[in-house]
Structure formats: structure tokens, C-alpha cells
Design a protein around this ligand. Sequence first.
Ligand SMILES: Nc1nc2c(ncn2[C@@H]2O[C@H](COP(=O)(O)OP(=O)(O)OP(=O)(O)O)[C@@H](O)[C@H]2O)c(=O)[nH]1
Ligand SMILES: [Mg+2]
Length: 391
Amino acid sequence: MKLVVIGFGQCGGRIADEFARLNRRARSYRGIEIVTGAFAVNTDAADLSGLTTIRSDYQHRILIGGRKTSGHGVGKINELGAEIANEDGDKIIDAIRSARRFFESDAFLLIASSAGGTGSGGIPIITQLIKERYMDKPVYNLIVLPFEHEETTEERTIYNSAVCLKSVNAVADAIILVDNQRYVRKDFSLRNNLAKINALMVEPFYNLLCAGEEKKPKHIGARMLDAGDIIQTLVGWTVIGYGKSPLPLITLPFERKRNFRQKSTETHKGIQAMDEAISELSLRCNPKDAGRALYLLSAPAKEMNMDLIKELGDYLRDIAPEATIRNGDYPRERGVLDVAVILSELNTVDKVKDYYNKSAGFISEVKQRQEEIKGKLKEIEDASQDIPSLL
Ligand SMILES: Nc1nc2c(ncn2[C@@H]2O[C@H](COP(=O)(O)OP(=O)(O)OP(=O)(O)O)[C@@H](O)[C@H]2O)c(=O)[nH]1
Ligand SMILES: [Mg+2]
């Protein structure tokens, strides 16, 4: 599957940069392309120059709202982010159109954080614009949710998230939710934290996107997963997971004939990887709420067998009984067996509901505060009624 990837704001831009690196990896190690164009859109010039892999010309790192923000961002005011995206939308469309292999793309992936201003305000506007222009290609959103400490210290974080999520849900074909808090690991140093988190976030996409682009028979599975399977799976609220089990790199000659015990170890490793994928989903949710699901098993060809694929299918069926399940196998890796899982068409997501509920309170608080200010202003005005004015 080939994507056009567009990142908005600091977070979106950096993750789009990570997708550009993923494409570079696919090209050099596998000889295939999975990203036809990678773009970063921002109101902040410094953020754009901090990227490393997205091409550095103005058609790929797109500065918007220059006049309004002088290149310094919108400071978390999502209304301003939306307004600027509205005004400069054509700039983005022009840039996409000029991408070299645009017409080979299967879908768009737009990325932003929900908590900021530029990304969270701009992404619904541009999603809608692209949907109007390119009716034949699905438009997906990947939305990064804030860390816990950001939610507790800054009300605007929750309010921006609620507004962003409601807006993208009205326009995007699917919204992949990715919760920053789920990726915090004790062993990451603070400085490298975001870079590591971004790498973890895009990793599940590597095999998912590559599997359908393979041309060599030895890398084509018994059941190849292609763009059609992914497009059929992605609808509405979506989460993604990834797990892997190491395999011995070298098998000794006397071990080559697999006995029943080895076979059961293989199945065990497969289940272990699937287990990890489910327990480390990009956002905590209940798999029972999924209407569609997909899994891809990647492993050395000799480690895969129909039993294993069936076992994984049974496992997923147990935890997501309502879902239509698609699957694929991808004979690729050496020394590792990995499983990528997508749960989609979730009919409820607690975290999203929480944002809506919490900011409903916030909105009435803001309104009340505004009323109070208005009342005070009126008092001063009334008091000044009999004073002559010089104007
Ligand atoms: N995973 C991840 N999250 C990030 C990254 N950069 C920022 N964030 C998160 O994104 C949110 C802040 O949004 P930004 O993307 O910085 O904001 P913006 O879209 O640039 O908007 P303004 O700066 O307000 O104009 C916070 O929740 C951060 O934790 C990143 O590189 N990776
Ligand atoms: Mg910014």
C-alpha cells in the first residue's frame, strides 16, 4: 500500500518525517516504495527546519500563516490554526499535486497531535479539502493524544483534543488514535523520548504497508495482505498494535526436521507476539467494541504454517467476537516473528468520551467567566454614564 503522508504542526511533522524514514528503509532493504510523498505543514518555521528526512524545499516543508504568525506558531489556539489552514489550503493541495508519483497512491494519511493549535486546528480542515478534491482515495487521520501530565496541568489540552476529535470524526474515513502516554518507557532518556516514541508509533506500519507491494514470489504469502484489505478494514475510530518474538537466527542441521515439540513452540511464539500487540495497543480500548479487525503475521517462510495462522485467527476471534477479521502472512523477516493488529470501527472509545465530557464542563466554565467579565464591564460603563467624554 502506498500513502501520501502529510504531517501538521510539530508533532505531525515529526511523525511524517518518521514515515519518510520508513520509506527509505523499505526502498533500501526491500526495493519497494510505501510513501509516494511526505510533507510537513506548520505555522512555525523553526519546527520545519528541525526535520531531517522530508525534502527541504518549500513544496515539501510548507509554511502557512506567515503573515498572521510571522513563522512562530499559533500558541495552542486551535481556532487560529483552523483559520490559517482554511486560507492556505490551496498551497498544500498544489504541493501534493506536484509529488512525483502521486497517482500511484492508494490513500492519504494526515497526522497531528490533538492538543496543540496548528495541527489540531488544521487537520480537519485539510482532511475535508482533500476529500472534496480526491473523492476516489480514502483519507485517514492519525491523531496523537497528549501525555497525562499535559491533561492535568492545562485545560486547553483537553478542550483542543475534544474539538479536534469531534471535527475529524465528521470528515476522515478512519481515525487512528495513538496515546502518547502508552509509549512512555522507563528506559528512555528525556531528551530522546519523543524521537523514540515516534519510531515506536510508526513501526507497525512497516510490514502492513510493505506486504502488498512485494513483487518477488518468495516474499508473497499464502494469503497476501494488500491495500484492498487495509482499506476494507479502516473505518471510524481505530487503534493499532504490534508485537514480536525473537527466533533463533541459525538452526543446527539436526534441528531442521521439525518435530511436534518445535511446532508447538512456533505456535506459542505466534500467540506471544499477538498477545503483546493486543496488550500494547496504541490506545486502551475494549476489542469487543471493534466491528472490523486485521492481523498480519511476518516471519521467515519456514516458520509459518497454516495452523499458526489459524490459531492467531481463533485468538483474535475470541477477544473481538463482533469483528469481521481479515488476515495475511508475509514471509520476510529473519530471526523474528512479528504480528501487527488493527482494530477498527470501534463503536465506543472511553478516552474520546472523556474528552467530550470534561470539556463540556470547561466550555460552560469559560462561558460563565465571559459573562462575569461582561457584567463587570457593564458596571464600569454604568458608573461612567454622567461623565463627559472627549471623543
Ligand atoms: N508523540 C509525539 N508527540 C508530540 C511530539 N511533539 C509534540 N507532541 C505532543 O503534541 C502536543 C502539542 O502539540 P504540537 O504538535 O506541539 O502543537 P502544534 O500543532 O505545533 O501547534 P502550536 O505549536 O500550538 O502552533 C502535546 O501533547 C505534545 O506532547 C512528537 O514529536 N511526538
Ligand atoms: Mg508548534
